[in-house]
Design a binder for this molecule. Structure first.
Ligand code: SF4
Length: 266
């Protein structure tokens, strides 16, 4: 058994403590196309494996055109430091989401964290407190981070595609994501992460530039302006679809391998 497998077994044990690793998920999601070019599997699975030892395909895809039209540029954003960027987001009125927000939710975590997690947008709790991922979904995200040996503030920075709460927690409109793009882009430049994890479809499509389904974007390595991107479920989705936590755990293991590869490359 090699060192990587041993490490994943250790992580799996921790994941079980957090309720992340469950029985293997069914091979394909209903109504979603299968992941492109999956590794061949045996016709029937015996007992659940202790760790997802099957090699993960790293199908590095080229940067595609963004899904949403680019919003109007922000003059000088490329030279903003954290303080200036935070102030600009706080006062931003570039899209209609400013109308009903209590406050813009900027981001949180290590400002140079090697991991960057990007979600969709603030919910009610985040709008109230001004910090991303603070409700039940935030607790689950913290559990996922801990199970992978990470902690927000120490290893990771966390941000959203849009910084203001969409009314009724609806999905942000493409034009809203586009209007907010300069802020997220600058956050990514300032953090300069080794790896980005896109949480949910909105972040996945924004960062991969693809309109493909979440299911088809999972399990492959994408790139955002040269930084590797891994796609997984949004924690809020996992709260409503507990069986998919096993798949999310597979994604985290995949992300760890991608991170190790990125760290090892010059
Ligand atoms: S969502 Fe983004 S672009 Fe829209 S008002 Fe808030 S900070 Fe500005």
């Amino acid at each position: 058994m090699d060192e990587r497998t041993l490490r994943e077994l250790e992580l799996l044990a921790v994941a079980k403590l957090y309720g992340l690793a469950g029985p293997p998920a069914p091979p394909a999601e209903p109504a979603e196309p299968a992941i492109a070019a999956p590794a061949p599997e045996a016709p029937s699975r015996p007992a659940p494996p202790a760790a997802p030892a099957a090699p993960v395909r790293f199908a590095r895809s080229p940067r595609e055109a963004p899904v949403a039209a680019e919003g109007a540029p922000v003059e000088g954003v490329e030279s903003m430091d954290w303080e200036a960027l935070r102030a600009a987001v706080r006062d931003c009125r570039r899209c209609g989401l400013c109308e009903k927000r209590k406050q813009a939710v900027f981001g949180v975590g290590h400002p140079a964290g090697p991991w960057l997690f990007v979600g969709e947008g603030p919910g009610a709790d985040e709008d109230e407190k001004g910090e991303p991922f603070v409700g039940q979904a935030g607790k689950l995200l913290d559990s996922m981070l801990a199970a992978a040996g990470l902690a927000r503030g120490r290893d990771a920075y966390i941000a959203n595609v849009v910084k203001c709460r969409p009314p009724g927690n609806r999905v942000p409109l493409p034009e809203e994501a586009a209007a907010c793009a300069p802020w997220l882009d600058r956050q990514i430049e300032l953090v300069a992460p080794r790896l980005i994890v896109a949480l949910g479809k909105t972040a996945a499509q924004r960062l991969t530039g693809s309109e493909a389904s979440l299911a088809s974007l999972r399990g492959r390595l994408h790139a955002y302006r040269g930084t590797p991107v891994v796609v997984t479920y949004h924690p809020a989705y996992l709260l409503r679809n507990l069986p998919d936590k096993a798949r999310a755990w597979e994604d985290l293991l995949f992300a760890r391998r991608a991170f190790a590869d990125a760290a090892a490359s010059p």
